[in-house]
Design a protein around this ligand. Structure first.
Ligand SMILES: Cc1cc2nc3c(=O)[nH]c(=O)nc-3n(C[C@H](O)[C@H](O)[C@H](O)COP(=O)(O)OP(=O)(O)OC[C@H]3O[C@@H](n4cnc5c(N)ncnc54)[C@H](O)[C@@H]3O)c2cc1C
Length: 812
């Protein structure tokens, strides 16, 4: 078959992801698709996958993606005539200690929150289901009956056939060699069999996706890592429909295959493959068996399934798979290129994800927007740091090694640190800072008081820092604290048309007079919240935008892509400015000692931005708060950040000023009801649903992104609404995703959860859903409770901030 000279969309890679994406592009969108595979279909990582298909993840959307895979695999053979090998065997996860058991109790609640049934069962029940298991050390197991297993090659061939049936063209033996580009847009794909002009390209090149991406100048931070499993001869007594097993405390997994077992694991000392280019001629190839390295899994597996000791090993599979620095896959529109999309880095759950990932990626390619909240897998979660191969390698190996360890709440990665530090790093360390890391930045999570060990000790219950963070929190409410928020992402938008352009991108009114700032959302075409940030107007033609550390690439890409044509430019100036947030009732008193600026309310009201002078530096002072107190965000030229910090600390001595960390910030913002993007507000939630309708301005302005969707939605009843919840029992630990009950019925789940030290109670936020509408009367009339790790606790709903609902403290 000769290669066409043009295609609307070229998909690169004939593994499960490329085939699923081509299938959905053709089936759902009737797109003109050409898929190119350098070898034969499945010949990369797909053919040697073990084929376990699990569904539950900590993100609701990713769980939905995986559930979609299962639904697709169930029915695909009926459509294409090619079997997928799908078997709904269910999955048992074994727990051997109380912390793991707590993890499962929380997981089972998460499953229920996401509409799945996960049961917790006793060791005796496990034994009954899987007689070959030694259950002597078990506390219990979780049982998810709808998980299963499938044949990776068969699914992929079935998807490929389906894609062809819907009109896609698949070419094997065609290697992509490079791209023809105009500026940051691909115009053609150069291949070993000729050139194809195209409108869009989808990079599903598996472990080659990094080097294929580099051909177009984009970063795909993945690392091939070696992964092994063995396949045994038949084992007497093993049922053909035996559940798949995950035994994370022994770091192993099992699956039945032709009467024998597939057994593999995630070791703490993984072996990376090359950090250079992956060879092109790696078709259906494996590494040599490495029984020395695998022995650690064998020992643990035999302890769990003693029959393995005498079972013959039919084959060892030792293949490469691409892993990523955070264990999540990589999807979406590459920020560096206008028409290149990526679906890669599947961390050994590409078979489980393949069906759903192809579905959402196809939607993304066609509409330019993620159809769900896919932030955790969005390629725009990365930044310049991820171009560093060594850093990616180190962090990826750490993430691989943690695949089966207990997911401790608040756990931080340790590799590749410190990477980016603010000028205050040493000063804060001297105050006992215990740092966390976000997008490479070291940020103080909390400050260890003298006599306290300055580190996090993993815990499922109350953590070791609980009291210290409480003291920081109360200090901000009662006196004044200083936060180093220098990692905030910061941009300037400038030009003659800047105001008009931002007016189109923002849902709030950002065109106020210079000197004013606005809190606004940026909306997608569904009215969902794509970003949530502060825009300060510095001059008629100059705006300063501040957003969260982790959202730097994402928000800049979203704004740049949507700025209408004209005299307008976005510049990322994150590293040029340090940020010190001075917060608390005594903030004015402290600030007044280091500046001559008039800080009174008439001269410097809430929502204003002024240039003031501190310690000889010209500082952009923004009167805003994320903690619900009087305060200023001080944006300081980076070189002067240390001097301004010192001046404030000296001036604040009388008021008892102290540095405060991000864990106290989280507790303060929860009580005040400030929303966190990616948790409480996402591309799947509108401002009205999030209780942020007040921040949108419709009157007296023209079209803006999301306006039509918002207006249309306002003609219908709201189907969900974000609300706050407080529990009476102060001992309950909320971590998010707990089920919300109204009148005993599940109506939603928490998107954020924590502890409010001013209230002395656990606090959470979550959407209450009701198809017929959730007006205030409905919301406030129910009897609410939260299911936390399987236990039901009465809760009080609150639609207003729980602390300072009238903003008297903020505007003091
Ligand atoms: C030992 C092992 C066990 C696993 N077990 C499981 C499991 O139980 N469950 C599960 O869900 N997942 C499992 N996985 C993971 C799974 O195999 C992968 O996540 C999945 O196959 C990735 O699919 P892909 O399409 O992204 O990549 P691939 O299958 O590697 O496909 C990428 C394709 O792109 C092609 N390509 C690359 N460069 C070019 C180019 N320049 N031009 C044209 N074509 C190109 C390659 O030839 C390749 O065929 C396992 C992986 C391993 C290694």
């Amino acid at each position: 078959m000769t290669l066409p000279t043009h295609a609307q969309i070229v998909v690169i890679g004939g593994g499960i992801i490329g085939c699923s994406t081509a299938y959905h592009l053709a089936r759902d969108h009737h797109a003109d698709v050409v898929l190119l595979e350098q070898g034969r279909l499945t010949s990369g990582s797909t053919w040697h996958a073990a084929g376990l298909v699990g569904q539950l993840r900590s993100s609701a959307s990713i769980t939905r993606v995986l559930k979609y895979s299962v639904e697709l695999y169930k029915g695909l053979a009926a459509e294409t005539g090619l079997e997928t090998g799908w078997k709904m065997t269910g999955c048992l996860r074994l727990a051997t200690n109380p912390d793991r058991w707590t993890e499962y109790r929380r997981l089972a609640t998460t499953a229920r929150s996401f509409g799945m049934e996960m049961q917790l069962i006793s060791p005796a029940e496990v034994k009954r289901m899987w007689p070959l298991l030694d259950v002597g050390d078990l506390v219990g197991a979780s049982w998810l009956p709808t998980d299963g297993q499938a044949s990776p090659s068969d699914i992929t061939q079935s998807l490929a056939k389906g894609a062809r049936m819907h009109g896609a063209k698949i070419h094997e033996g065609v290697r992509v060699l490079g791209f023809g580009m105009t500026g940051n847009r691909i115009t053609s794909v150069r291949t070993s069999a000729g050139e194809i002009t195209c409108d869009k390209v989808v990079n599903c090149a598996g472990q080659w996706a990094r080097q294929v991406g580099a051909m177009a100048g984009i970063t795909v931070p993945l690392q091939p890592v070696k992964h092994q499993y063995v396949v045994t001869e038949p084992i007497p007594g093993l049922a053909a429909d035996a559940a798949t097993i995950r035994d994370p405390d022994r770091r192993t997994y099992f699956k039945e295959e032709v009467g024998g077992l597939v057994m593999g694991g995630y070791e703490p000392d993984p072996q990376p493959w090359t950090t250079g280019d992956v060879p092109d001629d790696w078709e259906f190839r494996l590494f040599d068996d490495d029984y020395d390295h695998f022995e650690q899994h064998m020992v643990q597996a035999i302890a769990r399934v003693p029959a393995l000791a005498t079972a013959g090993i039919k084959q060892m599979i030792h293949g490469p798979e691409s892993f990523t620095p955070d264990g999540n896959f990589i999807l979406g529109a590459a920020p560096e290129c206008a028409n290149l999309f990526v679906g890669a880095g599947f961390n050994a759950f590409g078979i489980a994800s393949g069906g759903g990932a192809g579905w959402v990626l196809a939607e993304w390619v066609m509409t330019g927007e993620a159809p769900l909240d896919l932030w955790v897998v969005d390629i725009r979660r990365f930044a310049a740091l991820h171009r560093d191969r060594q850093w990616v390698l180190d962090r990826t190996l750490e993430a691989y090694g943690k695949h089966y360890t207990i997911a401790w709440p608040f756990e931080e990665y340790t590799s590749g640190r410190p990477r980016i530090t603010s000028p205050l790093y040493a000063r804060l360390a001297a105050h006992g800072a215990v740092f966390g890391s976000k997008l490479g930045w070291e940020r103080p999570n909390w400050f260890a008081p003298p006599g306290t060990e300055p580190c996090d000790i993993p815990a499922m219950g109350r953590p070791n820092w609980f009291q210290a963070v409480g003291a920081e929190h109360r200090h901000v409410r009662d006196a004044v604290g200083l936060f180093d928020q220098s990692s905030f992402a910061k941009y300037e938008v400038t030009g003659r048309d800047a105001a008009q352009a931002l007016d189109y991108v923002c849902a709030g009114d950002v065109t106020r007079a210079p000197g004013r700032l606005s809190y606004t959302q940026l909306l997608n075409s569904r009215g969902g919240i794509e970003a949530d940030l502060t825009v300060a107007r510095l001059a008629e033609d100059r705006f300063y935008i501040v957003t969260g550390t982790g959202f730097r690439t994402h928000d800049a890409a979203w704004i740049s892509e949507h700025l209408p044509a004209g005299d307008v430019r976005l510049t990322d100036i994150t590293e040029d400015w340090g940020t010190l947030s001075l917060m608390g009732p005594r903030a004015r008193e402290v600030l007044a000692q280091v500046t001559n600026a008039d800080l009174t309310n008439p001269a410097f009201p809430f929502g204003a931005v002024r240039e003031i002078s501190i310690a000889g530096a010209k500082v952009r002072a923004l009167r805003v708060t994320y903690v619900g107190e009087l305060g200023w965000e001080l944006h300081v030229p980076i070189a002067a950040t240390g001097a301004v910090f010192d001046a404030l600390m000296a001036a604040g001595a009388g008021a008892g000023i102290r540095p405060v960390g991000y864990r106290a910030l989280e507790s303060l913002r929860l009580e005040k009801g400030y929303r966190a993007w990616s948790a409480d507000i996402t591309p799947g939630d509108t401002p009205d649903e999030a209780g942020l309708g007040w921040a949108v301005r419709l009157a007296g302005r023209g079209d803006f992104l999301g306006r039509k969707a918002l207006e249309a939605a306002r003609t219908r009843p709201l189907a969900k609404r974000l609300a706050g919840f407080v529990l009476d029992d102060p001992e309950v630990v909320l971590t998010g995703r707990e089920t919300i009950l109204r009148g005993g019925e599940a109506v939603g789940y928490l998107t954020s959860g924590g502890f409010g030290y001013t209230l002395g109670r656990p606090v959470g936020y979550g959407y209450v859903r009701h198809a017929a509408g959730v007006d205030e009367a409905y919301l406030t009339s129910g009897a609410y409770a939260l299911v936390v790790a399987g236990e039901t606790h009465p809760a009080t709903l609150s639609l207003r901030p729980m602390v300072d609902p009238d903003n008297l403290r903020v505007k003091a």
